[in-house]
Design a protein around this ligand. Structure first.
Ligand code: HXC
Length: 263
């Protein structure tokens, strides 16, 4: 346990894409620290195990299948959350999707699918919780970035453009919604162990050693380390922090522009 067990006592969190990958660990870490969790993902098969895990921790968990690109389905998640728990304290906009493809080969549908999931999905879910959080007079939204949102993102250009949009939207919402007591921040992972991204981009291309050598802290991150940054932002210790970004990447992106020197 990295923070006090009652850090988020009885708070209600919606975690989009909360059944797999980094989302799964975000969901369990929030529950370990006291929150009840509403998990959304497209595939209900992802839900069973995580729900049991959270219930074993003594918290409540429900899963609502939803495609983050569909405003009606996302609204249904919020409605169900209110029905079951009566409030929404936290939204973690974790749902994402991409695939490796050079821009030259990328079809408009492929581009649109990723922009829809990552950028429009974050917009849709944030707008869906707004009336509830506004009425409550408080709320906490954490988005997920990617370090390539600041630079060229070869072969993941759709995702780079979408994540850059998420960063900008984080800052805009932080300013516009501060008056409602809503804080909006972003956590930006580098390469993280046990994720599909690393499996596909790092392991399949046998780049693990090269990638690790490039990271000043000389290892890949753990999924928990993303969740802990989120917990900090959700905690009272971060009550004066909004529109901010915590980069959890072992210093990797700072090392990105050395023309290969020192690698
Ligand atoms: C080329 C592809 C493709 C691929 C989809 N498309 N996958 N093109 N290579 N691997 C194209 C399709 O051909 C189609 O265009 C368009 O995208 C929409 O495809 P659909 O399958 O209909 O879309 P959809 O079901 O909405 O799929 C969403 C998706 C998909 C994001 C496009 O890749 C997906 O669901 N991925 C699995 C989830 C995922 O990505 N997880 C990764 C999380 S890791 P056409 O023109 O044919 O109609 C992560 C961090 C990565 O996010 C970190 C990287 C550094």
């Amino acid at each position: 346990m990295i923070f006090q067990q009652d850090l988020l006592k009885d708070q209600v969190a919606i975690v989009t894409g909360g059944g797999t990958g980094i989302g799964e660990v975000i969901s369990t870490e929030l529950a370990k620290h006291g929150a009840h969790v509403v998990i959304t993902s497209r595939d209900p098969e992802h839900h069973k195990e995580i729900i049991q895990k959270i219930e074993k921790l003594g918290r409540r968990a429900i899963a609502v299948p939803a495609d983050i690109r569909q405003p009606d389905q996302v609204q249904a998640v919020v409605d169900r959350t209110i029905k079951e728990f009566g409030k929404v304290d936290i939204l973690v906009n974790n749902a994402a999707g991409n695939f490796v493809c050079a821009m030259e080969q990328l079809s408009y549908n492929g581009w649109k699918a990723v922009i829809d999931i990552v950028l429009n999905g974050t917009y849709i879910a944030s707008k869906a919780v707004l009336p509830v959080m506004k009425e409550q007079g408080h709320g906490n939204i954490v988005n997920i970035g990617a370090t390539y949102m600041w630079m060229a993102a070869p072969y993941v250009g759709h995702s780079g453009a979408a994540k850059a949009g998420v960063l900008n939207m984080t800052r805009t919402l932080a300013v516009e919604w501060a008056r409602y007591g809503i804080r909006v921040n972003i956590v930006t992972p580098g390469p993280i162990e046990e994720t599909e991204g690393v499996r596909r981009l790092v392991d399949e291309s046998r780049m693990r050693e090269k990638v690790i050598n490039h990271i000043p802290l000389n290892r890949l991150g753990k999924r928990e380390e993303i969740a802990w940054a989120i917990l900090y932002l959700l905690s009272p210790a971060a009550a004066y922090i909004t529109g901010n970004n915590i980069v959890v990447d072992g210093g990797a992106w700072l090392n990105a522009s050395h023309y290969g020197l020192g690698d």
